[in-house]
Design a protein around this ligand. Sequence first.
Ligand code: SF4
Length: 272
Amino acid sequence: MKVYLAKYAGFCFGVKRAIDIATKTAGKNVYTLGPLIHNTQVVKDLEKKGIRCAENLSEIPEGTVIIRAHGVPPQTIREAKNLGLRVIDATCPYVKKVHNITKKLQEEGYQVIIFGEKEHPEVIGVKGNSENAIVIESPEEARSLMRYERIGLVSQTTQSKEKFKEAIAELKNHTNKLKVCDTICDATEKRQQAAIELAKKVDLMIVLGGYNSGNTRRLAELCSKETKTIHVEQPSEIDKKSLKGKKKIGITAGASTPEYLIKELTEELNRI
Ligand code: SF4
């Protein structure tokens, strides 16, 4: 059995940056607003350093609040400051860019459409920059939209390029003026491409990363179109029966999966 690791896998720039910022900020009364990144193991490690996770601002009596890589609506930052909290903003700069584009589109009179998951924190944060933004989760959902004079389209940074293109094609039927802002980040694209390339060559793909991580779930979805794929959050979850008869196994990992878990999984598979 041979084990291959995708060329790009695991922590992206934005996640590394957020963890660095949080680690440097660790101290008394330091909270993140929601989990810093979508990985349970990393969140537990941060807790050991004294960085607690609050689900909302009312749970933070005093001190510092760290804004996670996914970002928050601008209103939330204003609210935190009004409550007297020190705000440390670890929003990924690529996500911040989507906020700025969305704000500008709104100011220029476009109907903003966000291609992404409605309940995802990043999308909620982006939506906060436009009064009337509409979120569509799939190209099919775009079909039910009415016609608009002008549409400005942005994407959640971790969406699939392929699906985004399908949404663009559909939205062309809903306006004569479609401004497309491709805000899928480079790290996402590289990880998706590398995962697809590897999946084409192996008998089984293992996708490692949080079950609540949107980009990890999308990697699993893309790989499963090419070969048999399993998604696990931790190496210990691998069912050895699923490896039976597999000669080539590929590994990829979401942008919020730490290096040590990838190493643990690779070593475990090599031992088998
Ligand atoms: S996936 Fe991209 S946008 Fe999201 S945190 Fe990583 S680098 Fe930033």
